[in-house]
Design a protein around this ligand. Sequence first.
Ligand SMILES: [Zn+2]
Ligand SMILES: [Zn+2]
Length: 219
Amino acid sequence: MLIVETFAIGPLKTNCYLYHNNTHAWIIDPGENSNFLTDLLFTKKLILKGILLTHGHFDHILGIKKLIKHYNDVEIMIHSLDADLIGEGGLKRLHSFLRQVDPALLEIVKEVEDDFPHPTHLLEDKEMIKGCDLLVLHTPGHTPGGVCFYSKKENILFSGDTLFKGTVGRSDLPGGNMEDLIDSIKRQLLFLPQGVIVYPGHGEKTTIGKELAYNPYLR
Ligand SMILES: [Zn+2]
Ligand SMILES: [Zn+2]
């Protein structure tokens, strides 16, 4: 039995999930450039085994740099098609994008820009992540390399910015595509059992059944 703990952190209140079995832990989307997560792991006496990224947007990755200071051999996992969004080059591209849309966010990204860690493991569709029983489901549309993480055993899905309670992720950012997004959700997520609990990248949790019934984008 693994435990899911949710923390809405960082400039966009991104859901960061601590997924653990009281000994080993995996962090999904560390979205804040602070010592919060390392302190949390230390207090709970958890050993960090992996940093899992649902996609490469800055609000889901800002915490990596601080985490790997303390856990320098931990795997940083992202889908190959989003890999170029992290690392220094990715943040530089983001820089020019944010300069146009939101200079306030630009300041936050600047803080972590130098020597931003590169991924150590590139995820592929249907890959099983060792130790935590999470299956990678490639769900392009919000970004080209967006993924969800599914555990059949725990009956849960980490859906990133692909599927939210009552809505879906935006598709107007670079690399986004609404048709792909809806297709990804229908093809990869809606066949899951209806009772699967969905933990999204922002906002409240939901279930596959509720989204099948009420999500206006999935009619
Ligand atoms: Zn995003
Ligand atoms: Zn997000």
